[in-house]
Design a protein around this ligand. Structure first.
Ligand SMILES: [Zn+2]
Length: 389
């Protein structure tokens, strides 16, 4: 096994030490990266959120007057609250060929390796530039990167292609599902439970909508559409949260339920959402209104991101395949920022160190072998890109 360079390991340690749980500011980490790049003579641009407490960082290595290859990662991590860690999650512990810590796998190691290789990239006298794009708030709905994409869209020179370094065990992933998540709310009409027919039971009507969603899920699983490249080869529908009622002897006035569509890139989640809304409108609300007019369903989209479906023969896929030394590509169920880049006209694939199975869990880790593979992948990638120009 080849081992990673001390520079990569050191940078992984440094990045993990910043607690960038999505609810926290990421500016300390961004400032560290900015200083690091500045010492190499590379300027960084920051794109802040509306509070000024979080920022995306965008930097270009090589010429700035032409489009380049973008290496992208998110700087935020999921919370460690309630998780049983064997060691301090914000201090990297090296053990048995692995680096443990929150974000080692998802996905600070990719960012660290890209930064560690920056001096080499500069020495390569790039004709095609390399861009670094490091975002905030990915884990809470791919929020931060949207501002960066909007900023890039205003420019005449935009990235040629993008590699998102989410954990794929350094396999080239050219597709992922999209997501639409929604909160449904039922407004009922309260009364004493002994007079139940005179009230409108919000919990029961919500339950009818939830079971309609479950029927939709079964129908899609049976009839498709299907894409066998995905582990679960069809769009899924799932209700994850329900809140309603206050006491058994009161007909409940309010009930809310959160559900999501994890859809194949070619499926339209809005059409599925419209279907459940129509069911509520035509089947449930008329019954509710017969008892009380001031009742019914309302809906709020919580978050959404598009799926990714990059062609097998797209240039970026070919480039990543050549750099990874593998011939196969596949698709994954988890969402990433890749779909947003792609929707903005930047052809994108996903390839990064670590396994998604280790993400979001206590004792998250990345193996040293994966870090070393990521180094050689990025080296070969940059060799090819600079040879192309
Ligand atoms: Zn991630």
């Amino acid at each position: 096994m080849t081992s990673p360079s001390p520079a990569s390991i050191d940078l992984i340690r440094r990045l993990i030490a910043f607690d960038t749980t999505s609810r926290e500011s990421n500016l300390a980490l961004i400032g560290f990266v900015q200083d690091y790049l500045k010492k190499l003579g590379i300027a960084s641009e920051l794109v802040f959120d509306e509070t000024g407490k979080k920022a995306n960082l965008f930097a270009t290595l090589g010429p700035t007057d032409r489009p380049g290859l973008m290496l992208s990662g998110h700087t935020d991590v999921v919370p460690v609250d309630g998780q049983e860690w064997s060691t301090d999650p914000f201090e990297v512990v090296q053990k048995d060929g692995r680096l443990y810590g929150r974000g080692t796998c998802d996905m600070k190691s990719f960012i660290a390796v890209a930064l560690a290789l920056a001096p080499e990239f500069l020495q390569a006298r790039l004709k095609t530039p390399i861009h670094f794009a490091f975002s905030y708030d990915e884990e809470v709905g791919c929020l931060g990167v949207r501002r960066l994409i909007a900023e890039l869209a205003k420019r005449t020179v935009r990235p040629l292609a993008c590699i998102v370094g989410e954990p794929t065990e350094m396999k080239v992933i050219r597709g992922h599902k999209g997501k639409l998540s929604v909160r449904g709310h039922v407004r009922g009409f309260e009364c004493h439970s002994s007079l139940a027919p005179k009230g409108v039971n919000a919990v029961q009507y919500a339950a009818e909508a939830v079971s309609y969603l479950a029927r939709m899920a079964r129908r899609i699983a049976e009839t498709g559409p299907f894409d066998p490249a995905f582990d679960i080869p069809h769009t899924t529908v799932h209700t994850g949260v329900i809140h309603g009622g206050t006491a058994l002897n009161i007909v409940p006035k309010d009930c809310s339920f959160d559900f999501e569509f994890r859809h194949l890139p070619q499926d339209d989640p809005k059409a599925l959402f419209t279907e459940v809304k129509r069911f509520a409108e035509t089947e449930l609300e008329p019954q509710m209104h017969r008892v009380h007019p001031d009742t019914g369903f309302s809906w709020r989209e919580i978050s959404s991101f598009p799926g990714l479906d990059t062609d097998e023969d797209a240039e970026v896929t070919q480039l990543a395949k050549a750099a990874s030394g593998g011939n196969a590509t596949s698709k994954v169920a988890f969402g990433t920022e890749a779909g947003l880049f792609d929707a903005a006209g930047i052809p994108t694939i996903i390839c990064g160190p670590g396994n998604i199975d280790q993400a979001h869990k206590p004792d998250e880790f990345v193996s040293l072998e994966q870090v070393a593979l990521c180094e050689s992948f990025l080296r070969r990638l940059v060799e090819r890109v600079s040879a192309q120009a």
